[in-house]
Design a protein around this ligand. Sequence first.
Ligand code: SF4
Length: 688
Amino acid sequence: ASMREDRIEKTKTVCTYCGVGCAFDVWTKDRKILKVEPQTEAPANGISTCVKGKFGWDYVNSEERLTKPLIREGDAFREAEWEEAYDLIVNKFKEEKEKNGPDSLAFITSSKCTNEDSYAMQKLSRAVVGTNNVDNCSRYCQSPATMGLWRTVGYGGDSGSITDIEKAELVIITGSNTAEAHPVLATRVKRAQKLHGQKVIVADMRKHEMAARADQFVQPAGGSDLVWISAVTKYIIDQGWHDQAFLNEHVNGLEDYIKSLEPYTLEYAEEVTGLTKEEMIDIATSIHNAETTCFLWAMGITQHGGGSDTSTAISNLMLVSGNYMKPGAGTYPLRGHNNVQGASDFGSMPDRFPGYEYVTDKDARERYEKGWGVDLPAQPGLNNHEMVDAIHDGNLNVLYLKGEDMGIVDSNANYVQSALEKLDFFVVQDLFLSRTAEFADVVLPASPSFEKEGTFTNTERRFQRLYQVFEPLGESKPDWEIIMEIANRMGADWKFEHPSEIMDEAASLAPLFAGVRYDRLEGYNSQQWPVAEDGTDTPLLFEKEFPFPDGKARLYPVEWTKPLEFGDEYDLHVNNGRLLEHFHEGNMTYKSEGITKKTPSVFLEVSPELAKERGLEDGTVVRLTSPYGNVKVSCIVTDRVKGKEIYLPMNDAGEGAINYLTSSHADKDTDTPAYKEVSAKMEVLQPK
Ligand code: SF4
C-alpha cells in the first residue's frame, strides 16, 4: 500500500440513528470521513444502509460541537475547566441530598448512548445518590409496547430477528411509517413481498410508502386500533380459526379473554374505526390462511392514552392465532432510537434493575446490594413524566440529563420548559448546546458514538460492538467516563478502565445478560438476549416456553380508551412522525449539508380537500394552535393524508416543533405521552 493509503483507517461501528442497528465500516483519514461501507457480515443490514447511515455524520466534526464544559453566569454561559465543573456538580448534588434527601434528585439517560453509559447512569443514581429516580427516553416511545408484551408473553422484545420477518407469509404493519422510520428493515419487507409473494397489510391514518405498496390498506380512525384488532381476534375465535393446540399447551386465560371480547363485534368496530366489516373479515382471513404472521408496530399505536392496551391486544391476537414460537411469526415493536432497547435493558428505569428485575424484588435487590456494596432504595422512583410534575410541585430540585433534548421532544413543550426553568440545579450532557441545554446551570461536552467504544442493542435484542473511530473532539469525553468521575468524587470507588469492564459487571449481576462478553462480540459478531453464561444466545425469543413461572403466556383482557377530545374549535387532527432524511428534533441530521440541502425544513402535509376548502397551496404559511401552544409551518398538498387529517413531521426544534401543540395527556399504564392525540385550528398567515 502507498503512504497515502496507509493513512486511511477502517473502523467498524454501528449506526446511531434508528433501531434497525445497521453496522458498517467507516473509512477515515485524520478526522475526515471518507465513506461508509456496509459489510455482508453485518447481521441486521448486510450491504444496505439508508441515507442517514450513509451521509448523516457531518455532526461529528461540526463546529457547533461542545468542546469544553460550560457554566452559567447570569443569562450566559462561560467556558470552564472540567475540574471546576465537577466540583460544582458534586457539591450541589451532595448539598441537595443532605438537605432534601436523595429523591429530590433525578437522572435521565439517553437512548443514543451505549449500554455501558446507561448502566453507569443508573448505578450513579441508585448506588451513589440513593434514588430510583432514573429513566430514559423510551418513555417517549416504546414503553407501552414493552408493557403489552410483559403482560402477555413475559419479555418486552421482538419475537425474532429482523431476517425472520422476511420468512413470514403475512406481515401486518400498524402505526409505523416503516419505509422512512426503519428504512433498511422496510427494504426486507419490500423484497419478500416482491420475491416470495409475502402478503402485506397496512393499517394507518396516512398513506405512506408502505401503505401504497400494501396488498391491503385500511385507514382506521385515530386511536381506534384496539377496537379493530379485538374485532378481528373475536371473529377468528368465532369462526373456530384459533390455534387450539397452541393455546392448550402454551397459553392461560382463554375463557376470561373470550368473555372480554364480547363487545368487540364487527358492527361495533365498524362504527368506531370506520373500517368496513369486509375489510376486517379480509384481515382475519389472511391471518387464518397464513402459516406465519408477523405484527409490526410503532408510535402510531403506542403514543396514545391506551397505548399499552393496544399493544396488549396485538399480542393477544398473535397468541390466539398461534403466531409465536416459530420463525417468521410474532410481535415486533420497532424500536426508534439506535439504543432505545438497551437503555431500558440496562436499568435506566425507575422500577427495574438491568435485565428487568424489579427494584421491589428482594432477591434481586440483595444481589445488587452485595455487588455494589451499598444499601439500595426499595421504592420505585419517578419516571420522566412524573419528574416534570414533581419539579412543578417543588418536590424535585436537581436533574442530571444526558443526550436528550427534553424541552422540545417531551410533549407539551411549554409546560416542560417552564419546569426546567424552575430547577435549582440542572446538568445537561450533550454534543451540542441544544434547546434544553439553554436551561442548564452546567453543560458537559459528551462524545458521540464515533468517539467511543461500547455496545448498542438494536430492535431485535442484538448486542453489537462499536469501535472508536476518532479521539474525542476537544475536551469532550465519553459519557461513562464523566459519570464515573462524578460517582467517585461523591465517594464511590469505581475502577472501570474500559466499557468492557462495565459490561462484565452488568453480566455478573443481570441473569438476562449472563454470557455477554466483549470477546464474544468481536468485529461483526453479535449476541441476542437472553444470553446464557456459556454464551448461547436466543435469536428466537420464545422457543419452548414463555418466561412465566408455569412457562405459559397469558391472554390479557383490555378495554378501549377513547382518544383525548380537544373541542370543536380544534377541528384538525395533527398526526405526526418521522421524515426519512431527518432524525427527531434534528440536532444531528441538520448538521449534515447534503441532507439539509435535500430537506431544509419540515412541512405540513394537508389533503387536497382541505387545501381547496382553506385556499392552501404548496408553500402557504399557516399557524396551528392547540390549547397548549402554537407552531408556524408551511404547507405541502398531498393525497398521503385525507380530509381534516394533517401531518407534521416531528423533526423540527424551532417554530415548527410539534410539541408546542401536544398536551401532557399520557398512556395510562406507562405515562408515555399521547403525542398522536392532538388537534389544532389553522390560520393562514401568508398565502403563497
Ligand atoms: Fe441507520 Fe436505521 Fe438507516 Fe440503518 S436503517 S442506516 S440503522 S438510520
